[in-house]
Design a protein around this ligand. Structure first.
Ligand code: C2E
Ligand code: CA
Ligand code: CA
Length: 513
């Protein structure tokens, strides 16, 4: 399960694609947000400029009105008309100046035609001041703003040229059309005057003049976002997918490195996550503690305690098992050397050693280190070799076994009965212990045929005249069955499961043992 879960190329691919999509999504979000902010600020700035320009034009109208104010209410003489015309000539943006009574309804003096008596239909000035007109009688298709300066019943009417107005709107309508709203009429950037309130899809942004009753209005549409991006930062459209590809690729590569079980095991070794668990071995008659088997566990910080079948095969395959076993022996030595006096006499430590380790002469050094630590109270060191994986004899294994022998290291054949070891094999490698595989012990008491198989394996072991250990003892029935065979050592959950050294010490090394 552990091996299957990690380093699946598909998982790596999925994670990398997610990383890519995240970066692209982040990019879209940030470009979109920035663009929307940019468009907003841009629109605000343009509206500000438009209002400034329109205010200036209306300011001119006001100036012209001020200049002709002294003539208001006076007869429309030649001098008055000339003064009105002079103002048109000198004040920018002003197209017409009229003097009127009845609050502007009745025009009695104009700059163009002199005295007259004209009645104006449309007299609904916004805030009594501004009126947007699509044209007047002289230029019917030419929009203008009428500015009214009221003085009681009399008023000065100034026509401000729409040409300048729509030019301003046009110039400032880069990304979205800008319009001028006066009351319930609005002028577009082409200079056309419409009835109603200007409205479009999108976000409405408007700015009112502080001095005159009008607003400049625009709408930001979502489609203009991407046009804006294309105009101002086309590079960001490519940058984020590229960055996403890069991050995705790096994630894919990084996962290959950190996700492999081998890399995880190496990291685990560096962090000393492989720890010893200890299982008691007792003598066959009194069931007193005589030794223990040291079994490896992986104390993973995230996955918890991992049993050996999930990582030993890969550790053996990769050769990492050699260093792991060395670490395990060193840890066990450091825990038990200070407690040596509490151990029973002739206590043995059994370590599982894989076949590949028997090609490595450093094993002799490791065993020497282990034994030397117990000089004050000698112990037996047992190396367990599984019968499932027989060692191929060679010069190296030969000298290795000899060196181990000289050191006094004992060899046990683990899982006896499951492999094909011959008598010559057992003699060649000077096997001291046979550990009858737990599968045979497990058959005890099941059926007659199984009973025969168990008897045969025990008989065979007995005839080989070696020290025998029965593994996997879980019940009293199994003990009763084995008693007549007078086996040397017993091991199994019945006596104690593999446990952390501290627990083992508490349970088995108290003064009564
Ligand atoms: P093994 O060497 O045959 O170890 C005995 C296994 O049987 C242990 O499993 C132990 O917990 C289990 N066992 C002991 N008594 C009983 C019992 O009464 N009933 C049952 N059902 N099981 C019992 P564990 O600790 O899971 O180890 C499994 C295997 O992993 C070991 O089998 C050994 O081949 C390997 N292993 C463990 N530690 C190491 C190590 O440090 N190096 C190497 N190369 N292999 C190791
Ligand atoms: Ca073993
Ligand atoms: Ca075994």
């Amino acid at each position: 399960m552990f091996r299957a879960n990690i380093n699946k190329t598909r998982t790596r691919l999925v994670v990398s694609v997610v990383a890519f999509l995240l970066i692209v999504a982040l990019g879209i979000f940030s470009v979109s947000w920035q663009t929307s902010q940019g468009l907003n600020n841009d629109a605000q700035e343009r509206l500000g400029m438009a209002v400034q320009q329109v205010d200036m034009m209306l300011g001119n109208a006001k100036k012209a009105a001020k200049a002709v104010e002294p003539f208001l209410g006076k007869p429309c003489s030649q001098d008055v008309v000339l003064e009105l015309r002079r103002q048109i000539a000198v004040v920018p943006n002003v197209r017409t100046i009229n003097l009127a009574t009845e609050r502007g309804k009745n025009i009695y003096c104009t700059a163009l035609f002199g005295p007259r008596n004209g009645v104006v239909d449309n007299n609904e000035y916004v805030n009594n001041q501004l009126l947007l007109m699509s044209g007047n009688e002289i230029t019917p298709d030419h929009p203008l703003i009428a500015f009214r300066d009221l003085h009681g019943e009399n008023s000065i009417l100034i026509g401000v040229d729409g040409y300048y107005l729509h030019n301003i709107l046009n110039l400032l309508s880069t990304h979205a059309q800008m319009t001028l709203q006066i009351g319930d009429q609005w002028m577009d950037a082409q200079g056309k005057v419409h009835k109603g309130i200007y409205s479009r899809h999108g976000e409405k942004i408007e700015l009112s003049s502080e001095h005159y009753p009008y607003q400049v209005v625009t709408f930001i549409q979502h489609t203009s976002h991407w046009r804006y991006v294309l105009d101002y930062s086309p590079i960001s459209l490519f940058l984020f997918p590229l960055l996403g590809l890069f991050v995705g690729f790096m994630t894919f590569m990084a996962l290959a490195r950190i996700g492999t079980p081998l890399a995880m095991m190496k990291a685990g070794m560096a962090n000393h996550e492989f720890i010893p668990y200890v299982q008691p071995v007792v003598d066959g008659t009194q069931h007193q503690l005589t030794g223990c088997e040291v079994l490896m566990r992986w104390q993973h910080p995230q996955m918890g305690l991992i049993p050996p079948y999930q990582f030993i095969p890969l550790a053996e395959e990769s050769g990492l098992i050699v260093d792991m076993t060395r670490q395990l022996m060193a840890q066990t030595r450091d825990i038990y050397a200070p407690l040596a006096q509490q151990l029973p006499d002739n206590f043995h430590f059994g370590f599982n050693i894989c076949a590949c380790h028997f090609k490595d002469l450093s094993l002799v050094e490791d065993c020497k280190d282990f034994l030397e630590a117990f000089k004050a109270k000698p112990i037996n060191l047992v190396l367990e070799l599984t019968e499932r994986e027989l060692i191929v004899p060679s010069d190296i294994t030969d000298s290795l076994f000899k060196a181990l022998r000289r050191l006094g290291v004992l060899i046990a054949l683990d899982d006896f009965g499951t492999g094909h070891s011959s008598l010559t094999y057992l003699q060649k490698f000077h096997i001291d212990f046979l550990k009858i595989d737990q599968s045979f012990i497990g058959r005890i008491g099941t059926d007659a045929l199984s009973g025969h198989i168990v008897d045969n394996v025990i008989d065979l072991a007995k005839r080989l005249d070696m020290v025998i250990v029965a593994e996997g003892i879980e019940t009293q029935t199994q003990i009763d069955y084995l008693t007549p065979y007078h086996l040397d050592y017993l091991q199994g959950y019945f006596f104690g499961k593999p446990m952390p050294p501290e627990e083992f010490n508490r349970q088995w090394l108290s003064p009564k043992h």
